[in-house]
Design a binder for this molecule. Structure first.
Ligand SMILES: [Zn+2]
Length: 312
């Protein structure tokens, strides 16, 4: 397996390819281990601004270019992520969902915690993601009234301080962390415009980059984003960026699983997971067995939660 990882690592450092990696709320140790491995293998971290210059303005790509982003705006990022990116001088883009900043709690936490708080009849998380946005929003508002939960998202003051860090760029992740393919046109416009406006006010800066919550892209997304002053948008499609064949508003990113072991995430960062292990698992081939065969130290079933708001 190490040979396969080495092959994919070599491929991802070809001069026409760029890796983007995203994560939500990683433990400091896991993030540091991933960053140290990438540096040791000759990757070169670039900011989202540098990525834009390469893709839109044809600037030279450094060998092994990799761009890190963090979705959602979890407050624990301030403890677990900031010291690591400062230690290794890693430029990082934080994509923030603004409603959680204002109200303190991400919407999916209400759904996940509802059972343990004795609330029956609350639909499953996946059912919420399939609802029309207005229905999802109304149901979450009802849960908010009866579920007092502690803050888990960054505050406006946190966002202001974060934006002042020279390694940090702030981007939009909508207002309500809405699944965009479940929004009406008016709801979409609000998610895109209001999040940009609020983040601009909180950071005293311009907001130019966007990531689709849950990877929920829509066909007219690029046009709407461009019309509203965005320059680039990121999906959760797990591929390398090919600089000769890309779309600035549908950029792929590899995920790191917050709860996964390092070996799983090593495979994910390099694309091995998506190309080989994930496909074998989808065919019901035992990935744990596969890990043991190839001398990995741990064989854990991967969390499904490395997409947005699937992170319980
Ligand atoms: Zn998200």
């Amino acid at each position: 397996m190490t040979g396969i990882v080495a092959w994919y690592t070599k491929k991802s450092r070809l001069p026409n390819l760029i890796s983007c990696i995203y994560v939500h709320n990683p433990p400091a140790r896991l993030l540091e281990r991933c960053i140290k491995w990438l540096i040791r293998k000759g990757y070169h971290f670039i900011s989202v601004e540098e990525l834009y210059d390469i893709l839109a303005n044809h600037k030279v790509v450094p060998p092994g270019a990799v761009c890190l982003s963090i979705d959602d705006g979890d407050r624990e990022n301030l403890i677990n992520v900031i010291p690591v990116i400062e230690k290794y001088r890693i430029p990082t883009c934080f994509f923030i969902a603004t409603e959680a900043v204002e109200n303190g709690v991400f919407w999916w936490t209400y759904v996940i915690r509802s059972k343990s708080m004795g609330l029956n009849g609350v639909p499953a998380l996946e059912a919420f993601k399939s609802m029309p946005e207005a229905e999802r929003f109304a149901r979450i508002k009802e849960l908010q009234k009866v579920m007092p939960l502690e803050r888990e998202a960054m505050t406006k003051e946190d966002i202001f301080k974060l934006a002042a860090n020279p390694l940090v760029t702030i981007g939009s992740h909508t207002v309500n962390h809405a699944c965009m393919d479940r929004c009406s046109k008016d709801e979409l416009l609000r998610e895109i415009r209001e999040s940009k406006l609020l983040l601009s006010q909180w950071t005293k800066g311009e907001i130019k980059y966007f990531s689709y919550p849950d990877g929920s892209t829509i066909s007219d997304g690029p046009e709407i984003l461009l019309d509203n002053g965005y320059s680039m948008a990121f999906t959760t499609r797990q591929e390398l960026i090919d600089i000769s064949n890309h779309h600035l508003f549908y950029l792929p990113r590899f995920s790191i699983n917050d709860k996964g072991p390092f070996v799983e995430n090593l495979c994910k960062m390099t694309g091995v997971w998506q190309k080989i292990i994930g496909r074998m698992m989808s065919l019901d081939i035992n990935a744990g067995f596969l890990f043991r065969v190839f001398s990995f130290r741990r064989a854990e079933r991967p969390e499904s939660g490395d997409t947005c708001c699937g992170k319980p």
